[in-house]
Design a protein around this ligand. Sequence first.
Ligand SMILES: Cc1ncc(COP(=O)(O)O)c(C=O)c1O
Length: 389
Amino acid sequence: MSSDKVGLQQEIDQRKKDGLFRQRQVMNSAQGPLIKIEHETFINFSSNDYLGFANNENLKACLIDAVSKYGIGAGSSQLLTGHLSPHKTLEGKLAQFLNRDAALVFPTGYQANLAIASALINSKTVVLQDKLNHASLIDAALLSRGRLVRYRHNDIEHLKTLMEKYKHQELIIMTDGVFSMGGDCARLIEMSHLCKTYNAILIVDDAHGIGVLGETGAGLLEELNLNQQQVPLLVGTFGKSFGAAGAFVSGSKLHVEMFIQKARTYIYTTALLPAIAATMIKAIDLIKEGNNLRKNIKNLIVQYRGLIKEYGLNSSESFSHIQPLIVGEPNKALALSKALYKKKILVMAIRPPTVPKDTSRLRISITATHTEEQIKTLVYEINKANSIV
Ligand SMILES: Cc1ncc(COP(=O)(O)O)c(C=O)c1O
């Protein structure tokens, strides 16, 4: 379609017809298990605030204190005057928490993934990626000088075939840890074995796993007992379990040095707000102490999956806090989401291109702050809505 006014309007109209039109809702309260839209309260199952930190009193106090010390902005890129003491302390603390040599913080996860690609990928690199990776990983490879090749979701045999095919080139594998829209986990142990065999670098973006998985909340790598040698680069974000916004990459000192030297989305951007950096130092402590929160999430997942099965609804492969209810057609996902909205339950419909064609879904996000009663209400109302849409 053309990009003149008529063409743009046609494209918008087509999107509406196909159930693919995206709309924003204005939230009128802080994130939490309950959220306000205008003056009405909804049970919120669409947030990535998995541990309830976005509105945590300790963290809010920490942020206010840090703003009074460091102001509201970093003033420039990290390479000019924007590298403040909270950034440095946070990097050290992240490295320690994740059992890695070093870490580097970014204003967003999207930039962190682009940074890795711009610094490490050259024209001889083949970047192998899971088909269901987050858009920021895919875009990182597409915007690089390397060649992007995608393997079928979690299909280790397919990955192996492709590694064999491209074994004479530099190989980089990039994957989500916990998949953002499916909630299932990458098969990292097998992938790390393959990477050893083929001398490839494994890069894991565990934005959704860190905070929730692992004994101390260090994520999927901790759960699977994988170290820095096996997974040289680990990405995480502050926008999910940490409750704020921002991100980090962690790995060897050499890798971090290379990103500081070369990564365009690190160099040519204003630094993460220093007050957020200061607050994230405290958030790491709260994550480590968060065993009860993680236990609560686990119990609610078991309850949710049990109820879904009891009602004979379509359960998924996911055993994590991200539970997709796949319905197929975008219009059906929208109708289901709207029916729940009428019952004051907020579950957004996720449609292509965020997920593949014919796999439109409700993405249910189970957090530590939900209650058993709320899960019961959710599944009861899904079941009712499902029979009428
Ligand atoms: C797996 C994954 N990586 C990266 C990002 C991007 O992070 P940010 O929101 O900090 O840009 C997201 C989602 O936001 C994500 O789900």
